[in-house]
Design a protein around this ligand. Structure first.
Ligand code: AMP
Ligand code: MG
Length: 421
């Protein structure tokens, strides 16, 4: 059994990140690709737009034929056809001719411009209007007017998205335009979530003396889902080696990529959790110089990365923020693993014990544009209400034991922008 190591947050975070590799690439249908990280560069196999097309409802024509046209002196052109989006005009436009055209329709051969319907004599308010024999042109347009040329968005052969890019709705749209039906992405992490402790009962059950509800299991599952990872709920393990082993076995069978447990890692009381993890796996128990969230276990169980968070609900959530969140993002292929950090003016005096302290805080923007923060109340590691009121965590650096009001500090912007109250 190892003596717990004392680690600064940064060192513990590096050790945690070293435990987890980015997951392998898989191919997913485009309809499911949103939120994944691209595993390969995407090269365009088509140009976009794929053909020259009209940017307006109007008339395709030769720009030279509009020369000198104005509302008092319109030019009359012969209408030789019509082309709607999705169809082709098979003829060719000659001098003095025009083709009625809809937005997105291919530019007919011979045309070098489009004039919008509003600049013609046609009554565009009438949606049923028949195709006229002649159209009067009431404005002059130059060549290329209202034409969207093939390749003006992107050209065939161009690398359009880089590996490592998060697929947002707009990336989904581009991939669809390019006909990428299957997308190479990094596998979505499957995280097994386990609570431990004889005192825990399921949320559905009434409270009985001595018992509390398993809040961590739900909170961590929600934290995992917020990252776009999959949760495997392994329930509550009693403080017996058999029960813990069987719950972990269920995770192995479900194919989890990472275990996250809560509780049972407080050093001093070497309970069954610690014994099982160390006997069957390679787990280190650390005391991180952090508040809340001092105890942390990290290593491998049956070859699967394992993170053991503290049991106190706030400690568990803050440790998740600091260690599990970056680890899961790394596994999912993200390169930016950190929440935004912002400078805030912390309005209150505060004491700390010298550990890196994460103060649950309400951050808001002042009229002068600066951010200010106040604590949201009791900072006890079991006090969930102050976490519920918070939209960020203000960090008192390691080694600082006292701060005066209006000290500038960094804040982890966990829910920004979100001025809750
Ligand atoms: P431990 O790390 O086992 O000493 O637990 C520390 C504290 O966290 C104790 O007060 C536990 O009752 C509490 N705790 C542990 N697990 C959970 C959980 N899943 N939900 C809510 N509280 C918990
Ligand atoms: Mg316990």
């Amino acid at each position: 059994m190892t003596q717990a190591d004392f680690l600064p947050v940064k060192v513990a975070l590096k050790k945690v990140l070293d435990l987890v590799p980015p997951l392998p690439a898989v191919s997913v249908p485009l309809s499911q690709a949103s939120g994944y990280i691209l595993a390969e560069d995407v090269v365009a196999h088509d140009s976009l737009p794929p053909f020259d097309n009209s940017g307006m409802d109007g008339y395709a024509l030769k720009a030279a034929d509009t020369s000198g046209a104005n509302p008092r002196n319109p030019v009359s052109l012969k209408v030789v056809g019509e082309v709607a989006a999705g169809f082709l005009f098979t003829g060719e436009i000659r001098r003095g001719q025009a083709v009625r055209i809809m937005t997105g329709a291919p530019i007919p051969k011979g045309a070098d411009a489009v004039i919008r319907i509003e600049d013609t004599g046609e009554n565009y308010q009438d949606s049923q209007r028949p195709l006229p024999d002649l159209v009067s042109i009431k404005a002059e347009v130059g060549p290329a007017n209202a034409i969207r040329y093939a390749g003006s968005d992107l050209r065939e052969g161009q690398r359009i998205l880089n590996k490592g890019r998060k697929i947002r709705p707009q990336e989904v749209g581009v991939l669809a335009s390019l006909g990428v039906a299957q997308v190479p992405v990094i596998k979505r992490p499957k995280v097994g979530i386990l609570a431990t402790g004889d005192e825990l009962i399921p949320v559905e059950e009434p409270l009985v003396p001595g018992k509390i509800r398993n809040s961590n299991g739900y909170a961590q599952a929600a934290q995992i889902e917020a990252l776009g990872a999959d949760v495997v709920r392994l329930g509550v393990a009693k403080d017996t080696p058999e029960d813990l082993r069987s719950k972990l076995q269920a995770g192995i069978e479900a194919g989890v990529d990472l275990f996250i447990s809560s509780a049972g890692v407080s050093v001093g009381v070497y309970d069954v959790v610690t014994d099982v993890l160390q006997t069957d796996g390679e787990i280190n128990f650390w005391k991180v110089r952090m508040r809340p969230g001092k105890p942390l276990a990290a290593g491998h169980y049956a070859g699967i990365p394992y993170l053991g968070l503290p049991g106190n609900p706030v400690s568990a959530m803050v440790s998740f923020e600091r260690f599990a969140r970056p680890a899961i993002l790394k596994m999912a292929g993200h390169t930016n693993l950190e929440r935004p950090l912002r400078e805030v003016v912390f309005r209150e005096p505060m004491r700390s014990d010298g550990r890196e302290t994460y103060v649950r805080a309400m951050i808001r923007r002042e009229p002068d544009g600066t951010l200010s923060a106040i604590s949201t109340g009791d900072q006890g590691s079991h006090v969930m209400t102050s976490l519920v009121k918070a939209n960020g965590l203000v960090i008192i650096p390691e080694g600082t034991t006292e701060i005066a009001p209006d000290t500038k500090l960094q804040a982890l912007m966990t829910d920004w922008p979100n001025e809750l109250f």
